[in-house]
Design a protein around this ligand. Structure first.
Ligand SMILES: Cc1cc2nc3c(=O)[nH]c(=O)nc-3n(C[C@H](O)[C@H](O)[C@H](O)COP(=O)(O)O)c2cc1C
Ligand SMILES: C=C(O[C@@H]1CC(C(=O)O)=C[C@@H](OP(=O)(O)O)[C@H]1O)C(=O)O
Length: 366
């Protein structure tokens, strides 16, 4: 049941990119909560396609409709159903795709798993479009986490070979994380913005694409969430992050860099500061033994370059069992990163809220 996720918060995403609509059923939100619809709308707009020349030219308004679980401006506590209409599909771009899988997309494994009955138009259920309902649910999760002053924010850490600065892994203010959400291109070092945008436009011009890394911080995290081994906080968050199409790597804290450090360089020594237990560094990204330490949770999410590029590629005709060449036409993101930032925040918020409910129940929310 790959479209359903969660233990204490349960969600099911549904729909296809070129079908009538996409959406989500969300269960586990307590009764009596007034949704911050403006915040949800703003997060959806940060992700929406067609906003500028750095993204796909498909135009979607991504307005949402609530079909259930909301009455007199309050949650009822029963399953909530949200629907987002698809409005600007060009399905003719995909006529060829039925038997001719795009290299690097879900077309071929989708054909095999669903015996050729998969909706191949626009990648169908495999499309990055399905991240819109995740952003919607993640905005609700963020609204609830803010009750406890827990904030989540991300920036584009790199695009292709151009790097932004990194978060200070110890001192991060909520204002910094929230103000990143107001930037249309969220990075820390403004001087890199133009270079990153140029890398995207150059790739687009070459009928090519680029990938990159998003860095995320979560602050004011209670110590003691998660479990050792199979329900470690890393596993629970990584499960969500790897659900995002095009994510091919996740690392926590100093991640792979820790493997090249000595113990004396990668240590997180303890101190008591103003009655609070802190670590002097945060190479472990706020998680030890699978359990939160109370330090900020920090992780990096790596996105591959968009697979649908216009350059000629070698592929196959599945029905004819022949090798052929393919030139993909259509409206594709030359880089997924700018639109994926709110998606990473959303799934992070959902994963974290699920862990908090597991340990502390729901009563603090209402
Ligand atoms: C927000 C977002 C937008 C995306 N846009 C495109 C796109 O325009 N063209 C494309 O081929 N892939 C796009 N992708 C990536 C594909 O959906 C993804 O590579 C594909 O489903 C295969 O999944 P995998 O890369 O995780 O193996 C996008 C992904 C996301 C999250
Ligand atoms: C529609 C969205 O992005 C789409 C994600 C996507 C893919 O293959 O993942 C391919 C493109 O679809 P289409 O060919 O129909 O334009 C993108 O536009 C969206 O994010 O809302």
């Amino acid at each position: 049941m790959s479209a359903t996720w969660g233990n204490y918060l349960k969600l099911t995403i549904f729909g296809e990119s070129h079908g009538k609509a996409i959406g989500i059923v969300l269960e586990g939100v307590p009764p009596g909560i007034t949704l911050d619809k403006d915040f949800i709308h703003r997060q959806l707009q940060r992700r929406a396609p067609g906003q500028n020349k750095l993204s796909t030219q498909r135009q979607e308004k991504d307005q949402f409709e609530i079909l259930s679980g909301y009455f007199k401006d309050k949650t009822t506590g029963t399953p909530m159903t949200f629907v987002i209409a698809n409005q600007d599909q060009y399905s003719r771009d995909y006529t060829k795709q039925k038997n001719i899988p795009r290299p690097g997309h879900g077309d071929y494994p989708g054909y095999v798993k669903y015996h050729g009955f998969n909706d191949y138009r626009g990648g169908g259920h495999f499309s990055g479009r399905l991240t819109a309902p995740l952003v919607l649910a993640g905005a609700i999760a963020q609204q609830l986490l803010k009750i406890r002053d827990i904030h989540i924010g991300s920036h584009i850490k790199s695009i292709y070979n151009i790097q932004d600065e990194q978060f200070n892994k110890i001192h991060i203010q909520s204002e910094q994380l929230e103000s990143l959400k107001d930037k249309d291109f969220p990075i820390l070092k403004n001087a890199q913005e133009q270079k990153m945008k140029e890398a995207i436009l150059e790739a687009k011009n070459d009928l090519d694409s680029v990938g990159g890394v998003i860095e995320t911080a979560m602050i004011n995290i209670p110590a003691g969430l998660g479990s050792p081994f199979f329900d470690s906080v890393e596993s629970r968050l990584a499960h969500m992050l790897f659900s995002i199409p095009a994510v091919k790597g996740v690392e926590f804290g100093s991640g792979f860099d820790l493997s090249t450090m000595k113990g004396s360089q990668g240590k997180d020594e303890y101190r008591v500061e103003e009655g609070q237990i802190k670590t002097l560094a945060n190479h472990n990204g706020g998680i030890l033994g699978g359990i939160t330490t109370g330090m900020p949770i920090i992780f990096n999410t790596a996105f591959k370059p968009t697979p649908s590029i216009g350059q000629r590629q070698r592929t196959i005709d599945i029905e004819k069992m022949e090798n052929i060449d393919l030139e993909i036409i259509g409206r594709h993101d030359p880089c997924i990163l700018p639109r994926a930032v709110p998606v990473v925040e959303a799934v992070g918020a959902l994963g974290l809220l699920d862990l908090i409910i597991e340990r502390e129940g729901r009563s603090w929310m209402s």
